[in-house]
Design a protein around this ligand. Sequence first.
Ligand SMILES: Cc1cc2nc3c(=O)[nH]c(=O)nc-3n(C[C@H](O)[C@H](O)[C@H](O)COP(=O)(O)OP(=O)(O)OC[C@H]3O[C@@H](n4cnc5c(N)ncnc54)[C@H](O)[C@@H]3O)c2cc1C
Ligand code: FES
Length: 367
Amino acid sequence: MNAQFRPPLRRSGPLARLIRPLVKPDVFDFWASRVHRTWTWERPLARLVARETASVDAVTLLFKPNRHWAGHRAGQHVNLGVDIDGVRVTRSYSLTAPSRADGLLPVTIKAIEGGRVSRHLCRDARIGDIVELGHAFGEMTLPASPEGSFLLLAAGSGITPLMALVRELAGQGMPVDVTLLYWVRRRDEACFLDELRAFAGAHPRFRLRLMLTREAAASADEAEGRIGDALLSAHGGELAAQQVMACGPGGFVEAARGLLASRVTAFHAEAFTAPPVAVVDEGEIDIRLQRSGRTLRVARGTSLLEALEAQGLRPPSGCRMGICNTCACGKSAGSTRHLPSGELVHEPTQALKLCIHSAATDLELDL
Ligand SMILES: Cc1cc2nc3c(=O)[nH]c(=O)nc-3n(C[C@H](O)[C@H](O)[C@H](O)COP(=O)(O)OP(=O)(O)OC[C@H]3O[C@@H](n4cnc5c(N)ncnc54)[C@H](O)[C@@H]3O)c2cc1C
Ligand code: FES
């Protein structure tokens, strides 16, 4: 797969370069926002300009970014910072289309029971609302000239980055064989279904299977059952030849990895939630925060991000999955545990991802 896309840094104009040393970005943003709500010195912001129902429990929101948005590739995600009850909360969402001619950014958000940001965006977000944007990130993108055949596996909201890839390939006339297996519990939870079926009708090289786990299949492009060997063999084409991309909850992605990674040509996956992690470290340790001079006592078994948030701190964060790098900070002393693998990390580092490491011993962090 491609190396991570780094959006080009936007060059500022001669006037901006000239006055840069004299400007405090926060102060500029404060006064500029009084004239226009998305004017900033350099921060990417976006305004919600349209919303539409995507399924029984999901909405599609279209955002118009300001001039500091540096672009994205199909398959990438962005951190959205949303103000809820006066507090800025950040979550990652996938862009569901390649760059559009109108410059708008589409995201499709599934309302999670008890979810803070997803419920706010699905129910309460209004046209004109402003969100903060991070830069695009993620490596599940297509090569410049795709070849061979692709098997796309989506579960629930994991369809979103894969939809961007399907739209990109459809825009190129579907130059490769693509099979999309899309798992939902019930048909009315599926997003983009009409468009996907239209692609299947228009492009003989694109095949769609809607995989239902709590409803009976009712048409030729539907099947029933959870991800497993039999379903993949029946619907996934010639597996050994497939380049697989999988996206969905952590449990789904890990199941796909276990079933396919060693049998296919290439396997790439991104998870929206962490797979369950067995707590191996118990008790509490001290974290010394070098910049603030504070020392906090936190639990050893949870991620450092959650442990610090439980103490009322708000370290920058985004995906909470180790993908976007927003939470990375320096560690000058102590050992941490990499939660996905369980491995201990003893060396000092400039870039400890707080969301996927827990404390194994007392620590010193550059916070
Ligand atoms: C790279 C990336 C891209 C993503 N793209 C999208 C996208 O395009 N569309 C989309 O709807 N979501 C997407 N997500 C998930 C999204 O970032 C949030 O995790 C999700 O919206 C829930 O946030 P919340 O604040 O509502 O829930 P929180 O308040 O954070 O959590 C509430 C509860 O819901 C659980 N939970 C959190 N996320 C999920 C989930 N996805 N499924 C089931 N349970 C969950 C939590 O474990 C917790 O118990 C993406 C995540 C990542 C890491
Ligand atoms: S919040 Fe994205 S890497 Fe930690």
